[in-house]
Design a protein around this ligand. Sequence first.
Ligand SMILES: Cc1ncc(COP(=O)(O)O)c(C=O)c1O
Length: 426
Amino acid sequence: MTDKKTKQKLEAIKTQALADFSKYVNPQKARVLKNAGLDIIEGKREGAAVWDITGEKYIDCITSAGSFNVGRRNPEIVETLKKALDEFDLGSFIVCSKQKADLAKKLAEITPGDLQYVTYGSGGGEANDFAIKLARGFTMKTEVISTIKAYHGHTGFSLAAIGRDEYKKPFYPMVPGFKHVPYNDLKAMTDAVTEDTAAIMIEPVQGEGGIYPATGDYLKGLRALCDTNDIVLIFDEIQTGFGRTGKMFCCEHTGVVPDILTVAKSLGGNLYPISATIYREELNDFVMKYPFTHLSTFGGSDLGCIVGLAAIDYLIKNKVPDHAAAMGERFQKSFDGLLKKYPDLLIEVRRMGLMMGLQFTNDSIGPRMSYQLAQNGVMAIYTGNDPSVMRLMPVLEIQPNEVDFVIEALYTSMSEVIKQGGIEKY
Ligand SMILES: Cc1ncc(COP(=O)(O)O)c(C=O)c1O
């Protein structure tokens, strides 16, 4: 077949896939993605890049919101999974397994402080659900305080903890006992605490909320508040974990150790779903009383644990968090130039490692920038709870030339958006 014919065939497959997605999965989602220039059907994936099946190459700055820290189809982890499939399956969730034990031991070793016990799940929402259940069960109190614009997943308890009403309203009543206060506001949190507060739940960098890093004083203040009032401190590191912020876990930047730390996304090496709720020995008192307090058929499957262990080993062996920190610095240098050149469009850049948020002047800019960036070879999307913020979260082993490519695309896309007009602040 000629190249032209092959291209036509692939175009036809793409058109059909988009039409079927629209007809059988979610037409509104398909429309939103098209408007943002992200009507892409992923084909080849490698390192920091993904190719649309028609052959267009993109640097992936979406990475499923921090799920692809080890890169797209990391060859070492692909090999590990292939080998594992020759011998293993999911395993029985009822019995003990070496794989579950090995990964739990590794998680206990690499998480800070005395975080030790692990309960597995298959996704982030589930990990947070269990964190909240554990906090309530352990303290025998009911209230959970999280933050406005927080994102903790779409499952039961986690949904109640989300700080955005649009996700929750159609399903009221939510699980009762949840309160939301402004992020990075220690006084608001302190004022919200009552005798019935079981847990404070926080993302160390608010991801979907618009990439807001917590200040060190805030996290230290939360730790003290929890210690004084017998409250369980939960850090949701589902986006920030596994090197994303330049350290293996974001909380290492401040040395504040939570009572429960939740992880998911990149634990699965972008190849196999797995999540974990990791908690201090003290909280294990509750699990000793109720050992079957959280059951999950697919949670902590043998294959998931094998992949999780391989992903962690890869991150450590290759000093990936350090690389992320260095590439973050490289981005930062150019952000300063962008801020100077486009002050009417770009107000601020918030960043920790390779978790980056570009704060634009209004809500319409996020989707428009997604569109322009896609035209310029970068896949990026605005944050879920704030469309005025462009989130950039590439794979952690992005190379200097790829960073420069993304920067170039940002310059080009911003000047295109400015030419189109309508960037006034509102
Ligand atoms: C901070 C945070 N918590 C929880 C979740 C939910 O994870 P999952 O989609 O695996 O349920 C996400 C997903 O984006 C997240 O970013």
